[in-house]
Design a protein around this ligand. Structure first.
Ligand code: NAP
Length: 477
């Protein structure tokens, strides 16, 4: 039984492959090299797609009970070696060991949910006789796998976001090629190990490591690839959508999520949820809290408590269980965040706490006096920075919350049901959390955004809907 990280090999069509060209995988905390992974070429990508063509035929023929068995066995494997999975996430990524353990628990849930949903991919009978002249016809539709799914994943949830693509693809009888983020390929390779152990037929799954710039185009433009399931930044997603051509596209992109705190809110609760929502995973979280709109009546008390809690945040060694927040994914990213904050300050922003950097670490930072038109309020900061805005009415908050090109999730704290329903109707988002921050998700709910936050929904049942195509069968009597 294999229990070590196969970081040096990639998983192509069921075989562990080495390459002469390699890429270093770093621990962002001290920039030490953890290991290397193969740097695949365009030819490697073409060969992988050719194997997946055969894999798609094999996957489509897999009986549902076998898909269920494989998915559950893979989940068992992750559960058995959960600490290895958690330490891999915490080494190659930014998450603390505590956050990494949470991601492993969710990955197991994602795989088990995929096994459950595999048995519910149903069709419907069609009443052909609704059309005059069709009285002598009966029939139905049922769901067929789409073929090959290309899964492109980001660095910030390197295990569970990969499981969110592999699980539904296998449940629905597809072959899948995963291209994980170059900075965090090890968790995805370790997940491939779970499927290798579980007896997934060879060629159904590949995890290919390499640079998106070099091998990405070959993957997304290849005619045999029938769906591109992408999770990552808006710019990359838009470029891929333009190139992909006639195939299904699912885009899980970024955001700068708003939370509204009204005058009747439970302030203690609002502070607890929004601080962890802003600084969890070092703010590198697609549904992390970036903009908080606080009613004038409670602005001062909320702000005081928010700063107190932020100042108690322990930044440091990711592997220490007492640590609340680790480093960003790279020093380069920390420098970018620092630049955005400095630029906002030059435009008049006030730093209430934080605002400094040490290597890849950036302090949890709270800004106020930011113009709603400033870059830091309009774009996705993807770092531990949150902006507080004073508002006088719910409508004012909603207008500002909507005045960006994103719309993934939002939160509102209020005990007034009318205000809550007003927000439900007017906020342009894929999910609204009442009395919680935007940073909440379970793996079985429809998850995705509107506007620049994406196209389509993930959440196993919903991902499966994207990965199948109905076929109509009609009998003329
Ligand atoms: P990214 O830079 O957009 O990269 C995402 C993936 O795209 C990586 O695997 C990357 O490969 C690949 N890629 C880059 N160029 C490509 C190309 N030309 N063709 C094909 N693939 C290409 O995003 P990131 O920095 O890793 O992740 C952060 C972003 O993801 C944030 O915007 C965050 O909000 C978003 N996100 C969204 C969700 C959601 O569910 N909505 C969840 C998590 C994260 P390389 O690493 O090799 O460049």
């Amino acid at each position: 039984m294999m229990t070590t990280t196969k970081g040096k090999k990639m998983f192509i069509g069921g075989k562990w492959i080495e390459k002469e060209r390699t890429t270093n995988v770093y621990d962002p905390q001290d920039n030490s090299i953890i290991t290397t992974v193969p740097k695949a070429s365009r030819d490697d990508m073409i060969a992988t797609i050719e194997l997946a063509e055969e894999g798609a035929r094999i996957a489509a023929k897999m009986p549902v009970h076998e898909r269920i068995t494989v998915l559950n066995k893979a989940a068992d494997y992750v559960e058995k070696y959960d600490e290895l999975y958690a330490s891999t996430i915490a080494s190659e990524g930014s998450k603390t060991i505590t956050e990494a353990r949470g991601e492993v628990t969710r990955c197991i849930e994602t795989l088990r949910l995929s096994a459950e949903e595999a048995r519910r991919i149903n069709g419907e009978t069609i009443s052909f006789d609704q059309m005059p002249g069709s009285e002598n016809r009966i029939g139905y539709f049922y769901q067929f796998p789409i073929g090959i799914v290309a899964a492109i994943t980001p660095f910030n949830d390197p295990l569970n976001l990969v499981a969110h693509k592999i699980g539904p693809a296998i449940a629905s009888g597809n072959a899948i090629i995963v291209k994980p983020a170059t900075m965090t390929p090890l968790s995805a390779l370790l997940l491939a190990e779970a499927f290798d152990y579980a007896g997934l037929p060879k060629k159904v799954l590949s995890v290919i490591t390499g640079s998106g710039d070099e091998i990405g185009d070959t993957l997304v433009t290849h005619p045999s690839v029938r769906m591109v399931s992408f999770t990552g930044g808006l710019e990359t997603g838009e470029a891929i959508a333009k190139k992909a051509g006639l195939k299904k596209i699912s885009m899980e992109l970024g955001s700068n999520s708003p939370v509204i705190v009204l005058q009747d809110a439970d302030i203690y609760d609002a502070v607890q949820s929004t601080v962890s929502g802003a600084f969890g995973a070092v703010g590198q979280n697609c549904l992390g809290v970036q903009r908080i709109f606080i009613h004038d009546d409670v602005y001062d008390v909320f702000t005081t408590q928010f700063i107190q809690k932020t100042n108690r945040y322990k930044v440091g060694n990711k592997k220490d269980e007492q640590t609340d927040m680790g480093p960003l994914i790279s020093e380069q990213e920390a420098i970018r965040v620092e630049k955005w904050v400095d630029e906002a300050v030059q435009h008049g922003a006030k730093v209430l706490t934080g605002g400094y950097r040490d290597g890849a670490f950036y302090a949890p930072t709270v800004l106020t006096n930011v113009s709603p038109t400033d870059k830091i309020a309009k774009e996705e900061i993807f770092g531990p920075v949150v902006i507080l805005f004073r508002i006088n009415t719910l409508d004012e908050a909603i207008i500002q919350a909507n005045n960006v090109n994103y719309g993934l999730q939002a939160g509102i704290f209020t005990n007034n049901i009318h205000q809550a329903f007003d927000a439900i109707g007017k906020l342009e988002v894929g999910g609204l959390l009442i009395n919680d921050s935007s940073d909440y998700r379970i793996d079985g709910m429809p998850f995705g955004g509107v506007k620049g936050s994406g196209i389509g929904r993930e959440g196993i049942k919903f991902s499966i809907q994207e990965m199948v195509e109905p076929k109509v069968v009609q009998f003329k009597l």
